[in-house]
Design a protein. Structure first.
Length: 487
């Protein structure tokens, strides 16, 4: 069979079109890739069609043009936004799991979720010497930057459309140099606490069914009582997913502070499994169990069936932390009117209980720590220099793709082979080598454990109350003041 005809049949089998539409669909494909057709081969039909479009001189042979055409082709095999929403909400009547199962499969089948690319990521888990289970990923899924796209972004002027990568206006947007290809994106419309929101999956997922909840308006992120209300509303809709928000300040926040959004999905993170190391009692909230979590970062956990009490107490803790200072530990709430404190709030369900983790964040800098006092310190930058966001707070490291090849050179260095190890890794590599007998049999195990230990330290650096005697004293001081305030 010719590849254009094969893909036309795939489009019709997807349900986006009827068999009677076959000639129409074939001509839509020809309009995208050219009239010259070829026999199908072992490659996926859409990939073969992109190659054909290059051969037919319908598109230039570059990363962006190929990505744009790929998504335009898969858009043909995707129901319209109105039909997608209709099917999703019909399934929600029966079960939220059935609805998300259907929607996620749609997003995999139409290549919006880049399953093949995600499979290239390096993923493993381990337990640090401090006893914390941690997950490590080296992110290899995102495509390399197109030089033409970089140049286009550098010379872009005026108001962008869409305003950012999260905006609702991305749905169906063709994209181009310096602009995301989103022809095959579908967003579920929903109402969260009286406001219009959207729900979609992440194309380069960092964990299973990685999804994004986004305000339909392009408004800045904020963490307050309304955030907790919204998280509860989402948990009521999707109890099989966790949901959380990046912090709303630079350094400790995510990369998209300009657009209010949350992340969620079907994954149990290491932090969720961590136990309570110290119980806290709030006398006026007898329905809420509270405690300090045994975790490298500074996490207060609230658990209750009573979501209203949980929201009320959580909001009071956020407000108290926003104004709390402890100068002995470099914890400072304000510089004039500049706020330095916020939380990373994360919620999941355990049966009927709502479980809310409030991870305390401080974005102060100093001469010694210009990128952040509570940020990975310089000796760890050879592995991790980027901000510690929501996913990493919960114990899943997202390490840069450069490390895959760099760490292979470190392993050669450990084994005494010729290598091109980056100078930035030498001090760490020597320390690991001095502490381990390294051979061909165990070099991969040593590398994985060493990365787990680095990530443990990364999280320790980002914690405002350290896991040591001084940190315990800081916690005691904070909790005493907090419980006195919230009677």
């Amino acid at each position: 069979m010719k590849v254009i005809e094969k893909f036309a049949d795939e489009v019709i089998n997807s349900g986006a079109y009827e068999p009677l539409d076959r000639v129409y669909v074939i001509n839509k494909i020809r309009g995208l890739v050219g009239d010259h057709d070829e026999e199908e081969n072992d490659k996926p039909a859409a990939k073969q069609l992109v190659d054909l479009a290059v051969k037919n001189e319908k598109i230039p042979d570059d990363i962006t043009s190929r990505e744009v055409l790929n998504d335009q082709l898969y858009d043909l095999a995707t129901p319209t936004p109105s039909k997608t929403n209709s099917i999703f909400w019909q399934k929600m009547q029966k079960s939220s799991e059935k609805a998300t199962d259907w929607f996620y499969k749609l997003c995999e089948d139409n290549n919006y979720v880049k399953k093949e690319a995600i499979a290239r990521n390096v993923v493993f888990s381990g337990t640090s010497s401090k006893g914390h289970g941690l997950e490590i990923t080296i992110n290899l899924s995102k495509p390399e930057k197109d030089p033409k796209a970089i140049a286009a972004a550098a010379h872009a002027t005026g108001k962008k459309y869409p305003q950012c990568a999260l905006c609702l206006e991305n749905e169906g947007y063709v994209g181009g140099y310096g602009k995301n290809a989103r022809s095959n994106l579908r967003i579920i419309r929903m109402n969260i606490a009286g406001r219009p929101w959207g729900f979609q999956y992440s194309p380069y997922a960092y964990f299973n069914e990685h999804c994004i909840f986004l305000d339909q308006k392009h408004i800045p992120m904020v963490i307050n009582q309304q955030t907790l209300i919204n998280l509860v509303e989402i948990e009521k809709m999707f109890p099989h997913y966790f949901v959380g928000s990046n912090a709303d300040l630079p350094i400790v926040g995510g990369s998209m502070l300009a657009h209010e959004h949350y992340q969620g999905g079907r994954h149990t993170f290491p932090m969720m499994k961590a136990g309570i190391k110290k119980t806290i009692v709030f006398d006026s909230y007898p329905t809420v169990m509270a405690g300090i979590v045994d975790w490298p970062m500074s996490d207060l956990r609230l658990t209750s069936e009573n979501s209203l009490d949980l929201i009320d107490l959580g909001a009071k803790i956020i407000k108290f932390w926003d104004n709390y200072s402890d100068t002995a530990r470099s914890i400072k709430a304000y510089d004039g009117k500049t706020r330095h404190h916020t939380v990373t709030p994360i919620m999941h369900r355990e049966g009927k209980n709502f479980v809310l983790d409030l991870v305390l964040r401080d974005n102060n800098t100093s001469d010694q720590y210009p990128l952040g006092i509570f940020h990975p310190h310089e000796k760890l930058w050879h592995i991790k220099k980027e901000n510690i966001g929501l996913i990493e707070v919960m114990g899943r490291a997202i390490l840069p793709g450069r490390l895959k090849s760099e760490l292979e050179e470190v392993k050669k260095y450990w084994l005494g082979e010729d290598n091109n190890m980056a100078a930035s890794h030498k001090e760490w590599a020597d320390q690991v080598k001095a502490e381990n007998e390294i051979s061909w049999d165990n070099v991969d195990q040593v590398m994985q454990q060493s990365l787990v230990e680095v990530f443990e330290q990364v999280l320790q650096d980002a914690g405002v109350f350290k896991n040591d005697a001084d940190g315990d004293e800081g916690w005691d001081k904070f909790i005493t003041a907090l419980t006195k305030k919230i009677k």
